[in-house]
Design a protein around this ligand. Structure first.
Ligand code: GDD
Ligand code: MN
Length: 362
């Protein structure tokens, strides 16, 4: 009977798959398991290798995703693609020891735990083989931050190796942010009642071959994810980013305006127009790079079209801004308050329109 689905998110892990399957088979013995390899169209042929392995062993299944990325969303894909009552997620690079699987499964069977986590930072665990002190410190820092912000009491809420009932996972999926690497933290923070956790000490090994996919973008996603789970309920993450970018744009605007006026002695109308254009282009670039990096416009054509659309959208927002501010000021509202109201209104307008027409779909 199928009991456990082991989800392996992969990005360029071709050479690691066959030996890992052997280790999983050895660890699981006669228990019913399947492996779901969720590959994001790796260019090293991981998906083809996975299919070759699946031909020889029907317990191996493959999901190849085109044009999509992300460890967390790959795990979610796996949760929803299995009939097994339990699901585990682990790295495909041999950093996570499959020998822990049966004990984790037993703890779920007996009802002792509602979720099992392999921890790198508890008594009995070790990261000695990892040989990446920088990453170790970063993980410890991220763990501390995560604990503080989400109230999850665990030695390693950042672990990428865990197991839980598939039904629990699927029930939480609609409310997960699905961004970046932090799927476990997301599950724990989203559950209504805290899940009963049991941690298992893990000897975190060195990656067998290939390289880590955790980069600056993943770190940024992590911070954005934490924000999303805390303050994000009050001010949506994307809008906060959009607003921050806008505030930086105001600084750029004044820098350009002041230097044209005072350094180059240009007239106000020209200086103001140039400042608007520069600030708008700057905001477009930064939003494309940061706020909408998951939908980033690429290639000259798309970027130019997006930029033109962004400028057109902002022109409407700027008009609304000036109109409202002028109206309020005329009614006797304190000038700074009138200006602020105009800016706020203009930015909400710009955000709503550009997220739909520049980075969204019609
Ligand atoms: N499908 C898919 N899509 N898989 C991905 C992606 C992606 O965008 N990014 C990474 N993976 C796969 C990798 O191929 C690997 O099997 C696994 O996810 C983990 O990625 P690694 O590149 O090995 O991450 P790491 O070892 O640096 O990070 C470790 O520590 C993190 C916390 O500090 C892992 O254990 C993570 O799971 C953990 O969250
Ligand atoms: Mn890894």
């Amino acid at each position: 009977m199928l009991d456990l689905a082991i989800i392996l998110p992969t990005l360029n892990e071709r050479g690691n798959l066959a030996p890992l399957l052997e280790r999983i088979a050895t660890a699981m013995g006669t228990q019913g398991w399947e492996v779901i390899i969720v590959d994001d169209d790796s260019h090293d042929g991981t998906a083809d290798e996975a299919r070759a392995l699946a031909l020889a062993d029907p317990r191996v299944r493959v999901i190849q995703r085109i044009g999509r990325r992300g460890l967390a969303s790959a795990a979610i894909e796996g949760f929803c693609a299995t009939a097994a009552p339990y699901v585990a997620v682990m790295d495909a690079d041999h950093q996570h020891d499959p020998a822990l699987l049966p004990a984790m499964l037993a703890a779920l069977h007996s009802g002792e735990a509602e979720i099992c986590v392999a921890s790198r930072f508890m008594p009995g665990a070790s990261t000695a083989e990892w040989a990446a002190p920088g990453r170790e410190r970063l993980s410890a820092f991220a763990n501390g931050l995560a604990r503080r912000l989400t109230g999850v009491e665990l030695s390693d809420p950042m672990s990428g190796y865990f197991m839980l009932p598939a039904a629990t996972a699927r029930a939480l999926v609609p409310r997960l942010s699905g961004i970046g690497f932090k799927i476990l933290l997301d599950l724990l923070a989203t559950a209504d009642a805290p899940l009963r956790v049991r941690e298992f000490p893990l000897c975190f090994a060195a990656r067998r071959e290939g390289e880590s996919k955790l980069d600056r973008a993943v770190l940024f996603d992590f911070l954005a994810g934490l924000y999303d789970k805390t303050l994000g309920r009050v001010i949506p993450t994307r809008f906060a980013l959009f607003g921050t970018v806008g505030a930086l744009g105001v600084i750029v605007h004044f820098a350009v305006l002041a230097s044209l006026l005072f350094l180059f002695g240009e007239g106000f109308a020209l200086a103001q127009s140039a400042a608007v254009l520069v600030a708008m282009s700057f905001n477009f670039w930064l939003n494309n790079w940061l706020t909408y990096r998951d939908k980033r416009l690429k290639g000259w054509g798309a970027v130019l079209r997006g930029w033109a659309g962004f400028c057109a959208t902002c022109a409407v927002g700027a008009f609304a801004n000036v109109a409202v501010a002028t109206f309020l000021e005329g009614k006797g509202v304190f000038w700074a308050l009138a200006a602020l109201t105009g800016i706020l209104l203009g930015s909400v307008w710009n955000y709503a329109l550009s997220s739909r027409f520049v980075w969204g779909r019609f």
